[in-house]
Design a protein. Structure first.
Length: 129
């Protein structure tokens, strides 16, 4: 299952995250093997920007289902930080963490350029501008 952690009109992100945890518990009981959280930034109506945090929260609330990312877009993050975050999650929840990676920038290019990318990764052509 891939979860976008969608918020309802007027709903706070915490409520959407709580519903996602309940959904993960439910599908685990149904026998699903994997529950992945999408990564999206600056999109109104979605509460899935901090993927490793959500994965840890879902893994803590479940027992057997594999929890992972569908996927972490490496251009938006430092690769070492991603490796350390997921390595730590795997240490806490052995055999239950999946790391899906991608290379598409996605999201809001101005936000990515200004806040997420180290200066060495900034390339106006690559960012579409």
């Amino acid at each position: 299952m891939l979860d976008l952690v969608a918020t309802r009109a007027g709903e706070l992100p915490g409520s959407a995250i709580a519903r996602s945890v309940e959904l993960a518990r439910h599908v685990e009981q149904l026998g699903y093997k994997r529950y992945w959280v999408a990564e999206h930034h600056t999109i109104q109506g979605l509460a899935c920007s901090a993927t490793p945090v959500l994965i840890g929260h879902v893994a803590a609330a479940t027992k057997t289902i594999r929890v992972g990312s569908g996927g972490v877009m490496l251009p938006n993050h430092a690769a070492l930080a991603v490796a350390e975050q997921f390595g730590t999650l795997e240490a806490i929840y052995p055999g239950r963490i999946d790391l899906g990676l991608g290379r598409a920038p996605g999201g809001d290019f101005q936000t990515i350029d200004r806040f997420a990318l180290p200066s060495g990764f900034r390339n106006p052509e690559w960012l579409g501008g």
